[in-house]
Write a protein that binds this ligand. Structure first.
Ligand code: NI
Length: 172
């Protein structure tokens, strides 16, 4: 197991539309296990493959942050097939350190995905879990939570992202 470096905005991999996973092999399982370790260590409630530099449709979600093994969800090629209701709550992102804001998300969702052996399954989620899954599935299409902001929130996020990008240039 290993903790992987998390890619920070404006790393271009965060804007890539990721490829479907076609090969369900040991390398995929190892990547998923390392992503779980990385998410728990951060700590965070979700992590998508592009956040560790891999353009594959793979994400891990654990709203218990390692407290409850049954809460871990590994989602390969996830597709949200139903969205219902709306709720506004605060989000952050491991790739956007220091930035949080209120984002509108569905109250409940239904999802189709595959597990690490390629077996398809369906999942229903609501509340915070639904929010976390929507956030992670967005990452697989190069969408960041700040893209959902409007008006003054969007303006503020734009300034914060600019500052973050400048810091990253200095860090490199
Ligand atoms: Ni994120």
């Amino acid at each position: 197991m290993a903790i992987l470096p998390i890619r920070i905005y404006p790393d271009p991999v965060l804007r890539v539309k990721c490829r479907r996973v076609e090969t369900f092999d040991d390398a995929l399982r190892k990547l998923a296990a390392n992503m779980v370790d990385t998410m728990h260590a951060a700590p965070g409630v979700g992590l998508a493959a592009p956040q560790v530099g891999i353009d594959l449709r793979l994400t891990v979600v654990d709203i218990s942050v390692g407290e409850d093994p049954a809460a871990l969800r590994v989602l390969v090629n996830p597709e949200i097939v139903r969205r219902e209701g709306a709720e506004t709550d605060t989000e952050g992102c491991l790739s956007l350190p220091g930035i949080t804001d209120k984002v509108d998300r569905p109250l409940s969702i239904a999802l189709r995905a595959q597990d690490l052996t390629g077996e398809p399954f369906e999942l229903e989620a609501e509340g915070y879990l639904a929010r976390a899954i929507c956030h992670e599935v967005d990452h697989l299409d190069g969408i960041l939570f700040t893209d959902h902001l409007r008006g003054l929130r969007k303006e503020r996020a734009r300034r914060q992202l600019k500052r973050l990008a400048a810091e990253q240039e200095v860090a490199v």
